[in-house]
Design a protein around this ligand. Structure first.
Ligand code: DON
Length: 574
């Protein structure tokens, strides 16, 4: 009897411990008053993410004895609350880990197509893609992978999962103050949340017009997070939460969704061997398929390597043109060869082979725009809103994580009673050969829809080593502009000797084969834009390309940087 009482007492006190307020014991973080920090040097632990509160939570978790894996879990869960446009539990992501012992691995918790998915599911009766189907409402959603990914990540962590989810629960339950840009985004999406969700009680539409400084409270989300806290992975993929997801499928005011209870129960995160390649004295570790990012990065670096970029001036027409032409060719290969490697044999080794990549540039003409109609994929023997975070801990673990709902706020479908948004990742498949998705990317056989298949991604979490040790990490959202943004941030450091802050904040450009245009940010060098036009390039100006985060080793400590393009913010400790 005494023994039973003792066990109960222990259980109750452990439970109380976990439900103890995270924010009460971390008075240095105030969800109702916080500031954005764009750059800092940290000696020990560092976090850069899309939201100040999420970065602060990550740093606090590491100060409490957690490692980078603990912080990664807490930061992603906090982002699911404070950055609902991309932070998520209804989406998926990729985690790239360089462990303190210098081993590394990739974890793929990307959404998977439901069992009932089929190749032509987004075609109308005239066999044309109906673009609203893979983008709006729950028929656009893949099976969410994030929670499975976080529980897999937890195998490398030190603190109980219950503790890591607590900050997110409190942020959802008691609220946090909105930034101006978050308030603006919620206002912009209001009509879509209402149109695409069955619920009449959506926290994002609780106010008609949100303003900076308003408090967002998400009670249903808090309840879902508590179920996960109590029941673990089953608190999401089974029981009440799973039932609510399936109910949202059936009650959708748009096309009904097809995710079933069985789909949810069967979902698993998958380990992927990262792609490794070198450029100059640097060794790269990046994400393998179903990401296209690592392959695109490797191909472009191999294509430009013979031209010694560092001998050119940064942003000069010849430096920019060289990169544009390499980008064009890498994206042509993406459309043909890349897809989920578990369903389609992706010729990775051949595609990133330096000799193959050098040959791809044989028809490159300096000072003259190439033409995508003439540039097909190579022949080899034998296819807006996401968020990136990077974390370094005192033990030497480094994590680069990109996570997404695909579009901003995904399918704009809030699961009724569960309070979280479902992704619209199905649009990353090729709905029909040659028909562009929302990022203008095309594909074919390699990336066609099929049950349980994972849609091709551009997410490119990347870590670079020098002399076998950590040198830098970078990543970004931005759909198809992701690999080219990561490329430019890294080239700015490696070839043009910029600090991480300068490398991230410099203006960017992008080419992706089709459409055959160069996107440039509005602040991009005007003389270079003119020179590119004279060479025959069509230029389209875009306000922002990507929102990158990065960490670079330096003599002052780890230079930890958050992009100026958003509310992104860093945190850490000496
Ligand atoms: O996985 C992908 O490539 C896309 N779903 C990413 C979407 C994205 O980055 C949107 N952000 N601006």
């Amino acid at each position: 009897m005494k023994k039973i009482f003792l066990i109960f007492a222990v259980i109750i006190s452990v439970d109380c411990l976990y439900s103890q307020s995270f924010f009460r014991s971390h008075s240095e973080i105030n969800p109702f008053q916080y500031k954005i920090v764009k750059k800092e040097y940290y000696k020990n632990a560092a976090v850069s993410s899309a939201h100040p509160l999420a970065s602060l939570v990550g740093a606090a978790i590491m100060k409490d004895g957690g490692n980078a894996f603990d912080a990664a879990i807490a930061v992603q869960l906090a982002l699911a609350v404070v950055y609902p446009g991309a932070g998520n539990i209804g989406g998926g992501g990729f985690l790239l880990a360089l462990k303190a012992d210098k081993t590394f691995f990739g974890l793929d918790y990307r959404e998977a197509a439901p069992q009932a998915a089929f190749a032509d599911m987004y075609l109308d009766s005239s066999k044309k893609v109906n673009p609203t189907l893979p983008r709006d409402g729950p028929y656009a959603s893949g099976i969410p992978g994030t929670i499975a990914g976080l529980f897999e990540t937890h195998k490398y962590a030190k603190l109980p999962f219950k503790k890591l989810i607590q900050p997110a629960i409190e942020l959802a339950e008691f609220g946090f103050v909105l930034t101006a840009s978050e308030a603006h985004s919620l206002n912009e999406e209001r009509a879509d949340f209402i149109k695409n969700s069955s619920s009449k009680n959506i926290s994002f539409t609780a106010k008609e017009i949100w303003k900076e400084g308003d408090t967002l409270i998400q009670k249903d989300l808090a309840a879902t997070l508590k179920r996960i806290q109590k029941k673990g992975q089953a608190g999401f993929y089974e029981g009440e939460t799973a039932k609510l997801i399936v109910a949202e499928m059936n009650h959708s005011p748009l096309h009904k969704g097809i995710i079933t209870l069985k789909d949810l129960k069967n979902y698993k995160a998958i380990y992927r061997t990262p792609l490794t390649f070198s450029y100059k004295d640097y060794n790269f570790i990046s994400f393998a398929p179903p990401s296209s990012g690592g392959i695109i990065l490797a191909q472009i670096l191999n294509m430009i390597a013979p031209y010694n970029l560092s001998s050119k001036t940064i942003f000069s027409p010849d430096a920019v043109q060289l990169i544009i032409e390499a980008e064009r060719r890498a994206f042509a290969d993406r459309a043909t060869y890349l897809g989920d490697p578990d369903f389609y044999k992706v010729p990775v080794k051949e595609l990133i082979d330096p000799t193959y990549c050098h040959k791809r540039m044989a028809d490159f003409i300096p000072n003259k725009a190439g033409n995508s109609q003439d540039i097909k994929s190579g022949t080899i023997n034998e296819s807006e809103q996401t968020t990136h975070l990077c974390i370094k801990d005192v033990e030497g673990n480094v994590l680069a994580i990109t996570t997404t709902l695909n579009d901003g706020y995904g399918s704009k479908t809030v699961v009724s009673g569960a309070g979280f948004i479902l992704n619209n990742e199905m649009d990353d498949f090729s709905a029909q050969a040659g028909v562009p998705n929302m990022y203008g990317a095309t594909g074919g056989e390699a990336n066609k829809i099929g049950p349980n298949k994972r849609m091709l991604s551009s997410m490119t979490p990347t870590i670079v080593l020098k002399n076998s040790s950590f040198y830098l990490t970078a990543g970004t959202p931005g759909g198809t502009t992701i690999p080219t943004t990561v490329l430019q941030v890294i080239l700015n450091v490696i070839d043009f000797n910029l600090s991480m802050e300068e490398a991230i904040n410099s203006p960017r450009f992008h080419h992706q084969w089709f459409p055959d245009v160069v996107l440039t940010e509005s602040k991009f060098n005007a003389e270079t834009v003119k020179a590119l036009k004279d060479m025959g390039y069509k230029i389209i100006q875009r306000k922002a390309i990507g929102r990158a985060e990065g960490i670079l080793i330096s003599s002052k400590g780890f230079e930890t940087v958050a992009d100026i393009r958003g509310d992104d913010s860093v945190a850490g400790y000496e």
